[in-house]
Design a binder for this molecule. Sequence first.
Ligand SMILES: [Cu+2]
Length: 334
Amino acid sequence: MGPDGKPGIMLSPGERFHVDLVNEAGTSTIMHWHGQLPPWKQDGFPWPQTPPIPAGDTHSYDYAPIAGTYWMHSHQGLQEQSLMTAPLIVRSAEDMRADRQEVVLMLHDFSFRTPDELLAGLTKPNSSQSAMLKSGMDNNMKMGSGSMGAMKSGTMDAMNMASGMAMDLNDIDYDAFLANDRNLADPEVVRTEPGGRVRLRLINGASATQFWIDLGALTGTVVAVDGHPVRPLRVTRLPLAMAQRLDVLIDLPGNGSYPIFAQVEGKRTRTGIVLAASGAPVSRLGAEAAENAPPVDLSLERRLEAAAPLAPARARRDAPCDPSPAPWCRMPGR
Ligand SMILES: [Cu+2]
């Protein structure tokens, strides 16, 4: 929890990531600063790169962070599915000058079953899938198809027909989808400042769910993706893949209340928060959209352009570094 009572870490422009992590989880953990580039011993990638932090121990970090919308999550076992995640926001000097109200929206998928049960459900073939697989194979036999490729596609067709779905989305049947740890039965209502100028920092912290962000009556401008500035794009609906972050500038058009929905791909289920001018009444929001959301696609990615040119991959590959944690780079002189 930060000093404002909100989860996560918020750093000021130029501030170092100088953190003592006290492991009070009661079990060992590893924390990863997703998207940041600290010295590799502080990166929180699992053993053998970095050993886990035993219960009760403190681990210290000190590095110069990259400005933008980032997040932290456990990289130990299945702790991430147990919501061991939080926002990591590094403000830039430009953020301060822009003087926009910052609203962080972190998404999660939640189950009352343990992460181990969820994993077991994914790794054991269930009876209906086995039956479909069998009927697909039988069809291929009858058609006399000898090639493995044809058999595979026949099997897929049979599975798709049997399930009535064109695609395989959402392998886990979650009990709830959370926006800042709440669902639409009792969503977070963010009261906006006069003028309603918001920087919405979207973070998909879900373990196995992709969302469509629906700004409803609002139009936003995407200005950063995964922490890095992009050429501004006007949007009303945005795909948000797992672990992805999007920064969206929104100017509220009036003094009303405006829901920001996150709808699960392939489903009607949604979660969200509400941006509301002070005093504006907030009506109850349905937890289901009128129609299933399409699969998350590359419609946004295709339009993205970095605000500053990216360093060529080759220059990065040739940069001297320690190849033990980063096999893509070269030792000097080699
Ligand atoms: Cu990560």
